[in-house]
Design a protein around this ligand. Structure first.
Ligand SMILES: [Zn+2]
Length: 116
């Protein structure tokens, strides 16, 4: 389990957003189910963090939501927009690239010094 501490939160927000985009591109998602999915991936994220994040992604045009009423009351469902799916495709390329470098024994030096 990766505890999402205040220090790490900003770092992991981007990854959490990518998870949200991925699942919202597959099916309509709602907050509680998404929290459980994120917990499955090792992210402890509460409603006070996730709901503003979902709302912000909707404001940014990546998600679109509607309220659904059922027996258990109402809940807000989110789906990705075409812009969201396009962002997900770009994220896929960038995450693959990052993953590659994270696992290199000797990542490229950025200081300009060449190894001897
Ligand atoms: Zn997932």
């Amino acid at each position: 389990m990766i505890p999402v501490t205040n220090h790490q939160q900003e770092l992991f927000y981007g990854l959490i957003r990518i998870h949200v985009l991925l699942h919202a591109s597959q099916e309509p998602i709602f907050g509680l189910a998404m929290m459980e999915e994120l917990a499955h991936h090792g992210y402890r994220i509460g409603p006070g963090t996730l709901y503003p994040l979902l709302h912000g992604m909707e404001q940014a045009g990546l998600l679109k939501s509607h309220v659904e009423r059922g027996d258990g009351g109402k809940r807000r469902l989110y789906k990705s927009t075409p812009a969201g799916r396009q962002a997900l495709e770009k994220a896929r390329v960038k995450v693959d690239e990052l993953h590659h470098e994270l696992h290199q024994a000797h990542p490229r030096k950025v200081s300009g010094r060449r190894p001897d």
